[in-house]
Design a protein around this ligand. Structure first.
Ligand code: NAP
Length: 472
């Protein structure tokens, strides 16, 4: 059910030129209550695993058939460059396909009862059963794939869902819901409740009928909700200030080209966009020049253009916030190598020039906080210990990267990095959808990727019987 009621409209505007994409109805309190009740009632008629898997596989196929339409919708409402929007649709198919595999895999075990004197003579089986209704709250930046990362595993686990998408991008969530229903998902199983975070997200997250809150977004909102939803399982996927450690001995030009795209792609609005380049002293000058050249070569502008890598940011306020971070870093001693201003002559004031700062350090927001903007800062190091200390020196720990020709040394360093994942000789702005994905510290408390997410969407139910009286 799409939430209805007397509530006002959510007008979706394209970040590129402010034109209206379409509107949808914002959920009011009565519609939210009805949506949660309907999701709960849906559980009375469980979805068998084979049906869940077939629905997810059919939907993955439909995503393929409607790929271009969906990519254009993501481009329009999220301002994502079309090449990246197409890649997102392709990955969403993977996410649903892996979710279908998890539905079929099933879970459970035999408890080794004769391993203790107390248990000998009994048989016990553990089945994993769905937790109940899942509240899924998603961010603006991957409106399709991050929704699939919540809905796919939940459907596979046998949970019904109430989904609140980010207010900038409800239309992609609506399109996904339509495809899932067309694929055979009972309509009551997935309730879509677009609307402002405070009015819709917060009452949803704290409703006691919700068994599991799965939140992806900023740390401020995520931890706030975790503090409120004290009786609900809460899974948080949050931000990062992503570092890459670059050692002497690598191909500097190649590293610079890859880092430039990883930092600036989609205007740096990915939770694992590279933000901090930690570079060994010996190659710092050479890498800085190569980064400047690589950034100059990136396509900046209209997301509809196939060559665009850096489009508009999601809002003018976000672009202004990012400029404030740059100005403060310069004031504190960093040097502006490239960018720093909004691009003139476009139909918006929210496309920030790809920006490079040399000499960012702990204490500056450009280093400590998530920029979520086309902003990259360079910090030099002399020793391995210093590189590790700098990489770990923020409150985040989602992904980190090491570019080093000496694999043994890189592996040794990877073991000292406090992050959910470390990439070696690949930029940390890397995700394939079967990976366990999630952070340490303020980056979150869970792992997504269908195989990992489903662990939290089910709980154990044990059945025990005496061996002699129950059969075998
Ligand atoms: P956000 O502002 O935190 O919003 C995320 C979601 O929370 C939106 O649906 C938003 O709704 C909702 N929300 C806001 N305030 C709320 C409240 N008081 N109660 C309940 N819900 C509330 O994040 P964003 O700007 O959309 O996304 C960017 C952030 O997401 C970045 O920090 C990024 O690193 C993080 N992210 C993390 C991952 C990951 O997997 N770790 C992936 C992608 C993004 P409204 O839109 O209506 O405000």
């Amino acid at each position: 059910m799409m939430a209805t009621g007397t509530a006002r409209k959510l007008e979706v505007r394209a970040p590129w030129d402010g034109s209206s994409v379409r509107s949808c109805t914002a959920t009011d309190a009565a519609a939210l209550d009805g949506a949660i009740a309907a999701a709960r009632d849906a559980l009375a008629d469980p979805l068998p695993a084979h049906e869940a898997a077939a629905i997810l596989e059919r939907c993955a196929r439909l995503l393929g058939e409607r790929a271009e339409e969906l990519a254009q919708l993501i481009r329009d409402e999220a301002g994502k460059p079309i090449s990246l929007a197409r890649a997102e649709v392709a990955r969403s198919r993977d996410t649903l396909t892996f979710s279908a595999h998890e539905a079929r895999r099933g879970r459970g075990e035999i408890v080794p009862m004769d391993a203790s004197a107390a248990g000998a003579g009994y048989v016990a089986t553990v089945e994993r059963v769905p937790v109940g209704v899942v509240a899924a709250i998603t961010p603006f930046n991957f409106p399709l794939n991050l929704s699939c990362h919540k809905l796919g595993p939940a459907i596979a686990a046998g949970c019904s869902i109430v989904h609140k998408p980010a207010s900038q991008v409800p239309l992609t969530a609506l399109a996904l819901r339509e495809l899932l229903v067309e694929s055979g998902l009972p309509a009551a199983w997935l309730q879509l409740v677009p609307g402002p975070g405070r009015q819709v997200g917060e009452p949803l997250a704290t409703d006691l009928r919700i068994a599991h809150l799965s939140f992806t977004g900023s740390g401020d909102v995520g931890w706030h909700l975790a503090g409120l939803a004290t009786r609900t399982r809460v899974a948080l996927e949050l931000g990062n200030s992503t570092p890459v450690i670059v050692r002497a001995g690598i191909d500097v030009g190649d590293a610079a080209r890859r880092i430039a795209v990883a930092a600036m792609g989609y205007a740096g609005q990915s939770c694992i966009s590279i933000q901090r380049v930690l570079v060994e002293d010996a190659i710092a000058g050479e890498l800085t020049e190569a980064l400047a050249a690589a950034v100059d070569a990136l396509g900046v502008g209209d997301p509809a253009d196939a060559d665009t890598v850096v489009g508009p940011m999601i809002s003018e306020q976000d672009a202004a916030r990012a400029r404030g971070v740059v100005d403060a870093a310069i004031e504190a001693g960093a040097r502006l190598v490239r960018g720093g201003s909004v691009v003139d002559g476009l139909p918006n004031r929210q496309t920030l020039q790809p920006t490079i700062l040399d000499g960012i350090a702990p204490g500056m927001d450009a280093f400590d906080q998530e920029a979520f903007a086309p902003l990259l800062g360079i910090t030099r190091f002399a020793t391995d210990a210093e590189a590790v200390r700098l990489a770990n020196a923020t409150r985040y720990g989602l992904q980190m990267g090491i570019l080093d020709a000496d694999l043994a040394r890189a592996l040794e360093m990877a073991g000292q990095l406090d992050a959910g994942a470390v990439t070696i000789n690949e930029v940390p702005t890397f995700r394939a959808d079967q990976m366990p994905y999630g952070g340490t510290k303020d980056s979150g408390n869970t792992r997504e990727g269908p195989r990992y997410a489903i662990r939290e969407l089910t709980r154990e139910r044990m059945v025990l019987r005496p061996r002699s009286r129950g059969g075998s």
